[in-house]
Design a protein around this ligand. Sequence first.
Ligand code: SF4
Length: 242
Amino acid sequence: MLFYIYKSLNQFNNINIVFSNISNYFDLQILTDYLKTLQAPVTIYVHYSEAAVNSNVLDKLLIENFTVKIICEIDKDLNGILSLLKDKPYQYSFLIKNEEEYAICEQIAENLTAENYAVIPVFDNNLQFFEDNVFLDKDDVLASGLGKREIFAHQAVNTNFFGDLIVLPDGKVYANINGKPIGTIENSVYDLIIQALDDNNSWRFIRNEKPCTDCLLHWLCPSPSNYERVIGKMNLCNMKQE
Ligand code: SF4
């Protein structure tokens, strides 16, 4: 089990745990007792179909002061299930792939406060949707109002990924889930950090390639995200290169 081996969890500022099947996780009480001893805030993620049948388990997690996030795909069952959960102080992440799903999400979100949900576009060969709705334009970048520190940070590290370590159930550790593993849970956190800093594809994945290097907004632009990785295009923007 993760927490038996990875006692160094007390060295992290935030802990996020994604459960594929929380009702089948027999050591949940032992795990939560251990997590409560840590200083870091803990967020538990479950799929909405799990949330409907395990709301008693999730309520206990809320009482323990963990944040519970429900991952929602927009499908025919979602509305009914969310109505069962409507009085619970969960947070929601809505995964959307097109404008229709966004419209449904907006309707559902009418009953939620802005702090309680996030809309997350998912790339699924829907490049046109991304071009129309997700790609940045010049005004978006200029409106970010970055200070000198952030601009310097963009030149040295990827501010989206920096500091993240992702552990999968097989024990492999990643600095970016779309990259190669940088070690396993048997490595020390120090060794994993050294590996992550050595790897140009995660914490140090910056805008140091064309066409971004020829762009005036170069270091003002946010660090590359996983979308660039998955779409296979460095400039997810509507900027025309001269
Ligand atoms: S070309 Fe690159 S740096 Fe310029 S706006 Fe597009 S993504 Fe940002």
